[in-house]
Write a protein of this length. Structure first.
Length: 273
């Protein structure tokens, strides 16, 4: 009898050795009894297309995509989910029947972490998102679909924030402003979508932005609380969260797209902590 090779999955990035995805997906596979392997794959710049072709030929069934290849993945996909189309970004590729299906799971990952793991309601809340890059673009639609009272995007380059607000205004009450214009405003949930806090840099946010019982959420995560999280604590935010739960939740959504089973996330988040 010939040994059936197990389905291959992986994450591509550059750098990629720090990725927790192999550990996360291996845990998911064990708890759902799925036969698969998942590896971290370092891909050179400009080599995404040839790598994906080679990976597919070697029983590759799906790939997660991290920095700096989300745009490459978006362009490489032969089919896109509606949410990936609108986000203009792809972090999950499904390789099947000579087709490459692109999807984005970041937004649903953030939403599930906030609402399911931390019991935060989005409906009727005033939300501020800091930053207007690719990471933010992927999370706006799922948040707006939960009917917040308002969603404001603040960014150093205000034109970028205005463009984002325009792109998603059909989904709900979204607007954009500069950091100065945040003075005298208060929010129930403030989400940091910049990677600045990892390098110890904090956007010039005014004081007193947090409403009573407000939540601060950094989409990044590190061993120590990020600069944004430290600032939120000083500013009196009641709930302060990092992006580790989002990482596991977006992985769970990718796993579901590929395998059709929903893994349990809580134990995996606790293991990573």
């Amino acid at each position: 009898m010939t040994q059936k090779t197990s389905d291959r999955y992986g994450v591509i990035g550059n750098p990629v050795s720090h990725s927790k995805s192999p550990l996360i997906h291996t845990q998911f596979a064990q708890q759902t009894s799925q036969q698969l392997t998942y590896t971290a794959e370092l891909v050179e710049l400009g080599q995404v297309k040839s790598f994906v072709k080679q990976f597919t030929e070697n029983n590759g069934k799906g790939l997660n995509v991290t920095v700096p290849f989300k745009q490459d993945a978006f362009e490489l996909a032969t089919d896109l989910s509606e949410r990936a189309q609108r986000a203009g970004a792809v972090n999950t590729l499904t390789l099947k029947d000579n087709k490459i299906f692109g999807d984005t799971t970041d937004g649903i990952g953030l939403l599930n972490d906030l609402t399911q793991n931390h019991q935060q309601t989005i409906k009727n809340k005033r939300i501020l998102i800091v930053g207007a890059g690719g990471a933010v673009r992927g999370v706006i639609e799922p948040l707006l679909l939960e009917s917040p009272a308002s969603l404001i995007i603040a960014n150093r380059t205000v034109a970028k924030a205005h463009q984002l607000a325009e792109d998603f205004n059909s989904f709900g009450n979204i607007s954009a402003c500069s950091f100065e214009e945040l003075n005298n405003q208060q929010f129930d949930i403030i989400i940091n979508g910049t990677s600045a806090s990892l390098s110890g840099d904090l956007p010039p946010l005014p004081d007193k932005l947090f409403a009573e019982n407000a939540c601060a959420y950094d989409m990044m995560y590190a061993k120590e609380p990020t600069v944004f999280m430290q600032w939120a604590k000083q500013q009196g935010a009641k709930i302060i969260l990092d992006g580790l739960g989002m990482l596991v939740e977006q992985a769970a959504e990718s796993f579901y797209i590929w395998r059709g089973v929903k893994p349990e996330t809580q134990s995996v988040i606790e293991m990573l902590r």
